[in-house]
Design a protein around this ligand. Structure first.
Ligand code: ACO
Length: 366
C-alpha cells in the first residue's frame, strides 16, 4: 500500500517530533520546559514570531487577542443563528469560516481569538444560556473559562487548562496541520486554512478521541473489570481510544506532561484516578501482547480526557478545546508555508481500469 509516512512535506522551524525517542521540541524548547515557562500568549508569540517577528511580542499578542475576541463576539448572534443544531466543533468550523480580516496577521489573530469565543457561546447555547461577553483584559485561557462559566475561575483550573493548550499547540506535520498547509500553499488565506484544519481535526483518529476515552472509562466501570473489558473490546476489533500513534514508537511525551498537570489539579478524585490507571495498564499490556512488533502506548488523548474532565469541561467540547490550542500551530504553519513554501501537489498511483485497446499504463502517476 502506498503511504506518505516517510514523505517530508515541508521544512519547518516550528516543532520537531522524535517518534523513536519520545521527545517533542517546540521552536527550541523541550515540551516540558515550554509548558513550565510559557502561557498561551507566550506560546503564540514564540511560534508566530518564529515566522513573523511582528507577531513575536507576547504582550502585544495578548492585547491583539483580547481585542479580536471582542470583535468576534459581536458576530456571535449571527453565527449561532446560522448554526442551530450543529455540534460545537461544527459551530467552530462554520463560525471561523464566516470571519474575514484585512491581512494575514489580522486573520491569524482573529481565527485564534475566535476559538474560545465560539466554543463558550455554543456551549452556553446548548445549556440554554446566553453568551457571556469576553473580557479583553484577561488572558485567553482565563477569559475562555470565564465566558464558559459566567464567573471568574479558580487559578488552578486556568493553569491546568493553559498547560493542556500549550501542550497541544504544535506537533509537527499532523493531519490537521498538513491540511492547513496544503490550503495555504495554494495562496489561499489563513481563515480558509484554519477552516479546513478544523475539518481534519474532528475525525476520531485525530482530535476526536478524548470524548470516547471517557466513554471507555464509564463502560469499564471498576478497576477490577479493566482487563476483561479491554480484552473483549480488542476481540471485537475495536481500537482503544487514547492509545497508539502514527509517529511515536514509545510513550507520547505529552501524556506525561498532562498526567503531571492532572495530578496537581485533581488529587481530589482518587477513585477516578484508580480507574484510569487500571484501564491504562490493562490497555498497554493487552496491546503489547497482541502487537509485539509494534509498540502501542498511551497517547496525548488519554490524559487530555482526564484533565479536561477535571477542569470541568463537558465531553462535547473536548475536540473544539483541542482546536483552541492547536490553532496556534495551524496559523504558525500557515504563515510559514506562505513565506517559504510552494504548492503542495503529490501524485496518486492510478490502479483503475485502462481504456480497452489502450496501452495507458495502470501505474501512470499524476
Ligand atoms: N487500539 C487497538 N489496536 C490498535 C490501536 C488502538 N488504539 N492502535 C493501533 N492498533 C493496531 C492496528 O489496528 C494495527 O493492527 P493490525 O496490524 O492487526 O492491522 C496495528 O495496531 C498497528 O497499527 P498502526 O499502523 O500503528 O496504527 P496507525 O499508525 O495506522 O494508527 C492511530 C495510529 C490512528 C492513532 C491508531 O493508533 C488509533 O486508531 N488510535 C486510537 C485513536 C486515538 O487515540 N487517536 C488519537 C491519536 S493522537 C492525535 O491525533 C492527537
Amino acid at each position: 500500500m502506498t503511504t506518505m509516512d516517510d514523505v517530508v512535506a515541508a521544512e519547518t522551524v516550528l516543532s520537531r517530533v522524535d517518534g523513536e525517542g519520545g521527545r517533542l521540541v517546540v521552536h527550541g524548547h523541550d515540551l516540558e520546559d515550554l509548558v513550565a515557562g510559557h502561557g498561551f500568549e507566550a506560546t503564540a508569540a514564540l511560534l508566530w514570531g518564529a515566522v513573523d517577528p511582528g507577531l513575536g511580542d507576547a504582550r502585544a499578542v495578548a492585547r491583539a487577542l483580547g481585542a479580536a475576541r471582542v470583535s468576534v463576539f459581536e458576530r456571535v448572534p449571527a453565527i449561532l443563528a446560522a448554526t442551530a443544531g450543529l455540534a460545537p466543533i461544527d459551530v467552530l468550523r462554520a463560525g471561523v469560516a464566516a470571519l474575514a480580516a484585512d491581512d494575514d496577521r489580522g486573520a491569524v489573530v482573529l481565527a485564534t481569538a475566535a476559538m474560545p469565543v465560539l466554543l463558550a457561546a455554543t456551549a452556553r447555547r446548548d445549556r440554554g444560556l446566553d453568551p457571556v461577553a469576553p473580557d479583553p483584559a484577561l488572558g485567553q485561557v482565563a477569559d475562555l473559562l470565564g465566558m464558559l462559566g459566567g464567573t471568574p475561575t479558580e487559578p488552578a483550573r486556568v493553569q491546568a487548562l493553559e498547560r493542556y493548550l500549550v501542550t497541544v499547540a504544535d506537533h509537527g506535520m499532523n493531519a490537521s496541520t498538513f491540511a492547513a498547509r496544503v490550503i495555504a500553499a495554494t495562496g489561499s488565506d489563513p481563515v480558509s486554512a484554519v477552516t479546513g484544519a478544523i475539518g481534519a481535526l474532528k475525525g476520531p483518529l485525530h482530535g476526536g478521541a478524548p470524548g470516547p476515552v471517557l466513554d471507555m472509562l464509564d463502560a469499564v466501570g471498576a478497576p477490577a473489570d479493566a482487563g476483561t473489558w479491554i480484552a473483549s473490546a480488542l476481540d471485537r476489533g475495536q481500537r482503544l481510544m487514547g492509545f497508539g500513534h502514527r509517529i511515536y514508537r514509545t510513550r507520547d511525551p505529552r501524556a506525561d506532561v498532562l498526567k503531571a498537570a492532572l495530578a496537581e489539579l485533581a488529587p481530589r478524585d482518587p477513585a477516578r484516578t484508580a480507574l484510569a490507571e487500571a484501564v491504562e495498564r490493562a490497555a498497554r499490556d493487552a496491546l503489547a501482547t497482541r502487537h509485539p512488533g509494534r509498540r502501542l502506548d498511551t497517547n496525548v488523548e488519554f490524559y487530555t480526557a482526564l484533565l479536561l474532565e477535571a477542569v470541568g469541561i463537558e465531553r462535547a467540547l473536548f475536540t473544539p478545546m483541542f482546536a483552541v490550542g492547536r490553532v496556534i500551530g495551524w496559523t504558525a504553519h500557515v504563515l510559514e508555508q506562505r513565506a517559504t513554501g510552494r504548492l503542495i501537489r503529490p501524485k496518486a498511483r492510478y490502479v483503475g481500469p485502462v481504456p480497452v485497446g489502450d496501452d495507458f499504463r495502470a501505474a501512470a502517476n499524476g
